[in-house]
Structure formats: structure tokens, C-alpha cells
Design a protein around this ligand. Structure first.
Ligand code: A2P
Length: 282
């Protein structure tokens, strides 16, 4: 991310009406996000309680004793007193240390044995300390969710599970499981993400070129992106579209003045290819 573009984009987003901001230590731009929020509060545009900031615990910080200090580091970078939501970014742990992606001499990731339930207890303590209003997880499958839900002495269950979710990867089974357990699905890559081959599976075709999404969009004078976002929110999936382009930031917010018919929802659901763009092969 070029320096400053995150700051500008978050300010434009807040002016446009966005209130949910999805961040992470590993995005290396939390200082700009925090600055944007603080500037908008100083301007009187918003109050802190209007913003819903989600931060994430990285793989190298799963040992329970590292959880709170890691969140405190994020809060220091943001210069905020609390995050609204703190989530375990991935269910697998890497070796703790300064390297974000620790690798051995053969280029293989160095994993770390931890107990997700113990990590979760440290997350619960962060909520009790008021550093996070709510706690949740990300990239957890059903089995991993069940491990937490069935933990003896569970104090708080995860409020949300952030996973890839869009018309080409609709997650019907996980969505149903989470619905039954009152866990909100937050869908990342709701627009089919970028075409960056270093981390995106580009063998799956670009979502926004899809003829069905474009044809439905034409009917409502909306773009394929707006139809994809509307589809997700209409089935109860929270969306976190990413854009650093002012026009597209505004475009992605114009999804509350139309709705898709049941037939259109079914047509879009049928686009599911069950293929991920973000494979997370580690
Ligand atoms: P940009 O930042 O230049 O707008 P996702 O949210 O699924 O991860 O997708 C993000 C990608 O989609 C980014 O490459 C972003 O580029 C692009 N993008 C965001 N909004 C739109 C839109 N309304 N139309 C087309 N592309 C978009």
C-alpha cells in the first residue's frame, strides 16, 4: 500500500457512511487507520462509538501469554482505547518471534504447537479487560468452531467467523452452521478480491465479469460489484469490500436502495463454484 493511501481511503469511507473497518496488524497500515478515525472524531464527523473496528491476532501470537500484549500493541498503533472486535486471524500458529512468516532453511513455514482453546481463553480475558468489546475468529471451519463452542467453561462464544464468501464461494454449509450458533459470517473478498497471483488463485475466473451479475445489475442500473455485495448482505453475510479508489469506495456503499428478488438470489446462489480465491496454502 503506498504511504497515505489507506489514511485517505478510510477518511473518504467514513465521509461516505462506512462505519465498520476491518484491519489487522499484518496489513501494516493500522497507524493510518487509527489516524483517519481520530481525525474524523476531531472534526466532529463521528464519535468513537460510531466506529466498529476489527483487529486481528496474527499466527505468531497464539501462545496465551502473547495475546493481550499483542492487542495492546495494536491499540498503541491505532492510538485507540479499545477495538470493537478482536479475532483470531487463522486457526494455525507460527513460531513466535519477529518474523511474521517464520521459515526454515528450506523455505518451509515453521509452525508452533498451541492449544486454540487456551488462545481463546486469553481472548476472553481481553474482553473482560475492556480492550475488545467482542471477540471472534477467522478462517475457522466447523470442526475448529466446535472445539471452541464445546470447550469446558467457555465464557464467551465467538460472535463472528470471518471467511471468504461471495457468489463463487457461497459457503452454504458453514453459513447454516454459524446461523444455528448465532455466529455472524463476515465475508472477505466479497468482490472476488484482486488478481494478484502471489496470493490469489487466478484459475477461478474474475467474479465481476460474471454475465449473470452484470445482467442483473443492468436491470437495476447497478454494477456487478454492487449486485455481489447486495447478494451477500441480503443473505445475512457482512461484507468488507476493499477499495483505495474514491469512486469505487462510494459505489460499494450504494447498495441500500435496491433489493434482489428471490429468483435473482437463487440465480446468484447457483453461481457457486466451491473454489476459493484465497487458498491460504500455509
Ligand atoms: P481498487 O482498490 O483499485 O478499487 P475484495 O473486496 O473482494 O477483496 O476486492 C478488492 C479488489 O476489487 C481490489 O482490487 C479493488 O481495487 C477492486 N474493487 C473494489 N471495488 C470495486 C468495484 N466497485 N468495481 C470493480 N473493482 C473493485
Amino acid at each position: 500500500t503506498p504511504k497515505g493511501s489507506c489514511l485517505e481511503s478510510v477518511k473518504i469511507a467514513i465521509d461516505t457512511g462506512y462505519r465498520h473497518i476491518d484491519g489487522a496488524f499484518v496489513y501494516y497500515n493500522e497507524h493510518e487507520v487509527g489516524q483517519a478515525i481520530r481525525e474524523k472524531i476531531a472534526e466532529g464527523k463521528i464519535k468513537r462509538e460510531d466506529i466498529f473496528y476489527c483487529g486481528k491476532l496474527w499466527n505468531t501470537c497464539h501462545p496465551p501469554e502473547l495475546v493481550r500484549p499483542t492487542l495492546e500493541k495494536t491499540l498503541k498503533i491505532l492510538q485507540l482505547d479499545y477495538v470493537d472486535l478482536y479475532i483470531i486471524e487463522l486457526p494455525m500458529a507460527f513460531k513466535p518471534g519477529d518474523a511474521i512468516y517464520p521459515k526454515d532453511e528450506n523455505g518451509k513455514f515453521i509452525y508452533h504447537e498451541t492449544n486454540l482453546c487456551a488462545t481463546w481463553e486469553a481472548m476472553e480475558a481481553c474482553k473482560d479487560a475492556g480492550l475488545a468489546k467482542s471477540i471472534g475468529v477467522s478462517n475457522f471451519n466447523r470442526r475448529q468452531l466446535e472445539m471452541i463452542l464445546n470447550k469446558p467453561g467457555l465464557k464467551y462464544k465467538p460472535v463472528s467467523n470471518q471467511v471468504e464468501c461471495h457468489p463463487y464461494f457461497t459457503q452454504p454449509k458453514l453459513l447454516e452452521f454459524c446461523r444455528q450458533h448465532d455466529i455472524v459470517i463476515v465475508g472477505y473478498s466479497p468482490l472476488g478480491t484482486s488478481r494478484d497471483e502471489t496470493w490469489v488463485n487466478v484459475s477461478s475466473p474474475p467474479l465481476l465479469k460474471d454475465p449473470v451479475l452484470n445482467a442483473i445489475g443492468k436491470k437495476y442500473n447497478k454494477t456487478a460489484a454492487q449486485v455481489a455485495l447486495r447478494f451477500s448482505i441480503q443473505r445475512g453475510v457482512v461484507v468488507i469490500p476493499k477499495s483505495f479508489n474514491p469512486q469505487r469506495i462510494r459505489e460499494n456503499f450504494q447498495i441500500f436502495d435496491f433489493s434482489l428478488t428471490e429468483k435473482e438470489m437463487k440465480e446468484i446462489e447457483a453461481l457457486n463454484k466451491n473454489v476459493r480465491y484465497v487458498e491460504l496454502l500455509m
